[in-house]
Design a protein around this ligand. Sequence first.
Ligand SMILES: Nc1ncnc2c1ncn2[C@@H]1O[C@H](COP(=O)(O)OP(=O)(O)OP(=O)(O)O)[C@@H](O)[C@H]1O
Ligand SMILES: Cc1ncc(C[n+]2csc(CCOP(=O)(O)O)c2C)c(N)n1
Ligand SMILES: [Mg+2]
Ligand SMILES: [Mg+2]
Ligand SMILES: [Mg+2]
Length: 327
Amino acid sequence: MKVSERGEFGFIDDIKSNTIFNPATIVQGIGDDTAVYRVTEGYDQLITTDMMVNGIHFSEVTTIPFDVGYRLGAANISDIAAMGGEPRQAVIAAAMPVDTEVAYMEAVYDGFKSICQKYNVNIVGGDTVTTTGPLVLNVTLVGEVPKGKAVLRSGAQVGDLVIVTNTIGNAAAGLAVLLAKQKSFDFIKECHQRPEPQVPLGRWLREHKATSLNDISDGLGNELNEIAKASGVTIEIDETKLPLHEELQEAAKILSANSLDWALFGGEDFQLTGTVPAVLADTIEMQPHIHVIGRVVTGPSKVLMHKADGETRLIESKGYDHFKHKS
Ligand SMILES: Nc1ncnc2c1ncn2[C@@H]1O[C@H](COP(=O)(O)OP(=O)(O)OP(=O)(O)O)[C@@H](O)[C@H]1O
Ligand SMILES: Cc1ncc(C[n+]2csc(CCOP(=O)(O)O)c2C)c(N)n1
Ligand SMILES: [Mg+2]
Ligand SMILES: [Mg+2]
Ligand SMILES: [Mg+2]
């Protein structure tokens, strides 16, 4: 059945069950003019929004509907993780072409509900409209962080260590193998299709006094430049220290692609990058999911990379730019 046959209110009825995963904070969920939720005493409130468009962030070739919903949640939860915060309440809006299948949208919502359940996020409302363009989905997410403890982009200090979580470039590599219709490469494909926001590591980094954090949506180069600019520092990273997964290296060989470009400019990894005080070096050494990739030094706001061959390269802020990208 198409959404047009189901009708606006029928559609809302179809998706409104199984949306509250943290009931203690909810006075009113889906079903009134606004939702009503309770905040935690002693916490600052965080709010963020991110959108996904069919043909830009996903396509039939790259992403099944469940994963469209999962990634939509991941992109938003990731921004809360990048503040060292806890995700809490979400509203979701959908602009649908009239011939969209109800089953497709239900699967999108199943994916979104699945990640919300995993991170204890309540889905407290939304909006439903039709469009003559492609499917557009938007989430606005509220989170919380202990008062005054949000980890900003502007706190990097000279002498700090530069860190990144897990491995980077996988989402771009996964997209490339999906578009090339390559078999296998399941790990990097999943990194593209069903990325995991790094909430526990964001919390760990906040608790260990990280001085700045950013999530990797547009590419490591872009995110580190944002930190360098906001903090007024130079960031130096080491090419040999960038954590790259073996599947990414393998995919680069098969597709004759540049694995370093994926890592620096790929985006959509939703890993965290940022800075921590140098005294944390030994503690980080024992943290298997956080890697030191460089240092903060005095100088103008820029990012430099010491290459494997001994040369130094300026890393431009050339991540994914929606107005400049040609597909
Ligand atoms: N259309 C807009 N109107 C008002 N503020 C905006 C708009 N677009 C972005 N911003 C704000 O600009 C800043 C940077 O936004 P950006 O979307 O680049 O960050 P992000 O959400 O971390 O990255 P990404 O969208 O790539 O995941 C944020 O403070 C964001 O709220
Ligand atoms: C079908 C298809 N083609 C290309 C891409 C690549 N892509 C799209 S948006 C984006 C940056 C993050 O977006 P935002 O800044 O909105 O968070 C990237 C790297 C994709 N995901 N799917
Ligand atoms: Mg954004
Ligand atoms: Mg972000
Ligand atoms: Mg972006």
